[in-house]
Write a protein that binds this ligand. Structure first.
Ligand code: M6R
Length: 594
């Protein structure tokens, strides 16, 4: 949430900052701003809306080799130019990602000291506070003092007019990385911001302060001792953050799903590899899966699969609830955290909570070196590559592949799936692209035309079909803004069926053969009340108004195929409604605030 890039070096900083902001826009896009130093003066330019709007206001002929910039996802105060970052107070100018929890009390104290505030943000309070502390005239000392005062989460890039060749950065519970090449030094929220210049970077730790100059990045701790940082090489390439001829990143990322599964399967495609990779699970008799949004839906699928195939109890929990309630884990339990970004605030807080209780943790994470990846006892990377569209698709499929493999392993371990069956399923997973290709060829535009003018759309299913319905519904509402709900098919009649009217679209997931007859009865109930029914199933059903056929495969693999048409239907519906598909309103890719 919110993207930061700062640069000091030989290049024109304005180009580096604007290019970087464009690549970070997935983190927030309701306003943007830059602060750069031109002839020893700090100039600030801000604008409401997307980075392209800010770009129009910038005079790129201005000379500047140092600057900081920000793309915002509003938390405190409306999305407007005044609340946009950077914020400044006298000698201090800064950009901030995170939430300052004690900003109100600090603001009151600073007002009493005579300071005036212009914005509604918590971030301006940080600029004023640091400026006030800096009166003692040692910027590093002032930053260290400020860290002791601030409560909440922050990633900060700071300019001080007395040191026009330096950028200072600190963080707590919000990500920041630093990088250096022959042309200068960079600080950013995420790698794509500077990937066109370098793929080598280091992660700033919570207790560290980085001081960037054009030739060097010095990292020190709170005692001002120097720290040597480990350099990480980013494995993707810059093209992974380009659209490659697709109209939208979302579509490109859906079409990448088969490659993602293939990449994962290289590590698991034989019985021996699966056993080797998953045997660490042997000691656990119970699992809690904790995540948010789509990642939580992966947890719900995992619950159905593991409970059915391995007969082991699984709780799938929403992280923002989990962090504030009791759990019932013990030494034989594993807490699993699923996250694309690895930076989701509620998931990190839940992870820290269970770790403090001595519970073993596993992260299933996409972004290498992210907080959840670093802080979990064990990590499985989902290898989906950078996901730019705010609505997750390929990362979801990657997470689902990992939990499918876990379920398969646990099913074998608990003697519910025999070795030859495991091998058969792995083979089928290894060639899943054939089935995915069939699904990608389908004409979803025709289905979308039936849906895009409706105000409400329902998704129903039972078992893992229900879990995938949750994801289909979230995908549709987040990018098309049509109100949608997913219901366990049998639950609808306990109230929600009252919303079904003549022609209300109901997308019916009915691939789970164990329970298909029951689902069919529920579909008939909505049909009897006038619903327009679209089936997602392994065969044509005459009683449905429309049918999307999922190629028949092994039961445990079906959710992986079943979600793809739902992603594509959402995409086509959003397109017909002329929505900003990759950057839906009010959302951000990485939710680093609670
Ligand atoms: O980065 P994470 O996987 O932890 O993010 C979790 C959710 O914020 C995320 O899945 C969100 O629901 C997506 N916008 C869904 O498309």
């Amino acid at each position: 949430m919110c993207g930061i890039i700062g640069y000091v070096g030989k290049k024109n900083s304005l180009h580096v900052l604007i290019n970087g902001l464009k690549r970070l826009e997935y983190r927030g896009y309701d306003s943007a701003g830059v602060a750069f130093i031109n002839k020893n003066n700090i100039e600030i330019i801000k604008e409401k809306g997307k980075v392209a709007e800010l770009e129009k206001k910038i005079d790129f002929t201005k000379e500047s080799n140092i600057g900081i910039s920000h793309t915002r996802w509003a938390t405190h105060g409306a999305a407007n130019e005044i609340n946009a970052h950077p914020h400044s107070c006298e000698k201090i100018t800064l950009v901030h990602n995170g939430i300052i929890e004690n900003y109100e009390i600090l603001k009151k104290e600073l007002k009493q000291k005579g300071y005036t505030f212009y914005s509604e943000t918590d971030s301006e309070v940080v600029a004023v506070l640091l400026n006030d502390l800096y009166k003692e005239n040692d910027i590093i000392e002032s930053i260290i003092k400020m860290k002791k005062i601030l409560k909440g989460s922050y990633a900060l890039a700071i300019l001080c007019s007395d040191y026009p060749n330096q950028i200072y950065t600190i963080r707590k519970d919000s990500p920041l990385i630093i990088a250096k090449d022959s042309e200068g030094s960079y600080v950013a929220s995420d790698v794509p911001a500077f990937l066109e210049y370098t793929n080598k970077y280091s992660i700033l730790a919570e207790e560290e302060i980085a001081i960037l100059t054009k030739d060097n990045i010095e990292v020190i701790n709170n005692k001002k001792e120097k720290i040597t940082k480990e350099t990480i090489t980013f494995e993707g390439d810059i093209n992974s953050s380009q659209k490659d001829g697709y109209d939208h990143f979302m579509l490109k990322e859906i079409f990448e799903e088969k490659d993602v599964i293939k990449r994962i399967m290289k590590d698991y495609n034989t019985f021996d590899k699966l056993i080797e990779k998953m045997k660490f699970l042997d000691k656990y008799k119970k699992f809690d899966i904790i995540a948010c949004g789509s990642a939580y839906h992966v947890g719900v699928v995992a619950k159905y699969l593991i409970e059915e195939f391995a007969n082991i109890p699984v709780n799938a929990e929403i992280a923002s609830e989990y962090r504030y309630k009791n759990n019932f884990l013990d030494k034989e339990s594993l807490a699993i955290f699923i996250s694309q970004s690895g930076e989701t605030a509620d998931s990190i807080a839940s992870l820290r909570k269970v770790k403090a209780e001595g519970i073993d943790t596993l992260g299933i994470v996409n972004v290498v070196g992210s907080s959840i990846a670093r802080e979990s006892d064990n990590v499985i990377y989902t290898k989906a590559g950078p996901e730019i569209a705010v609505a997750t698709t390929k990362a979801f499929v990657a997470q689902l592949t990992i939990v499918t493999l876990m379920s398969l392993y646990l099913g074998y371990k608990n003697k519910n799936i025999k070795k030859d069956k495991v091998t058969e399923i792995l083979k089928e997973l290894d060639i899943i692209e054939n089935n995915i290709d069939k699904l990608l060829k389908y004409d979803y535009k025709e289905i979308a035309k039936l849906l895009y003018k409706h105000e409400k759309i329902f998704f129903i299913g039972r078992g893992y079909d229900y879990a995938i319905a949750l994801e289909g519904s979230l995908k549709l509402k987040e990018i098309s803004y049509i109100h949608s709900e997913a219901y366990a098919a049998g639950e609808l009649k306990h109230g929600t069926i009252s919303l079904i009217e003549e022609n209300t679209p109901v997308i019916c997931l009915l691939t789970d053969e164990n329970i298909i007859d029951k689902t069919i009865s529920n579909i008939k109930e909505v049909k009897a009340r006038g619903a327009y029914t679209i089936g997602v199933s392994n065969e044509e059903h005459e009683f449905l108004n429309n049918n999307i056929i999922i190629p028949k495969t092994k039961r445990i693999i079906t959710p992986l195929l079943e979600v793809i048409p739902l992603q594509l239907i959402s995409y086509e519906v959003a397109k017909l409604r002329d929505c900003d598909i990759d950057k839906p309103r009010n959302l951000a890719k990485s939710v680093t605030v609670e």
